[in-house]
Write a protein that binds this ligand. Structure first.
Ligand SMILES: [Zn+2]
Length: 47
C-alpha cells in the first residue's frame, strides 16, 4: 500500500489509476483531484 501525499489516504498501488513520478519517486493518488493538485505544486506535498 502507498499513501496519497495530497490527502493522506491509503491507496493500493496495484489498483490505482493516478500516479506521478517526481524526483525519482513514484506517488500514488486516490482520485484525479489529488493527482492534479499534486502536479500543480508537487513541492507543497513533499517534505
Ligand atoms: Zn487523495
Amino acid at each position: 500500500m502507498a499513501i496519497d501525499p495530497v490527502c493522506g489516504m491509503t491507496v493500493d498501488e496495484k489498483a490505482v489509476k493516478y500516479k506521478a513520478e517526481y524526483n525519482d519517486k513514484i506517488y500514488y493518488f486516490c482520485c484525479e483531484m489529488c493527482y492534479k493538485a499534486f502536479l500543480k505544486d508537487p513541492s507543497k506535498y513533499i517534505k
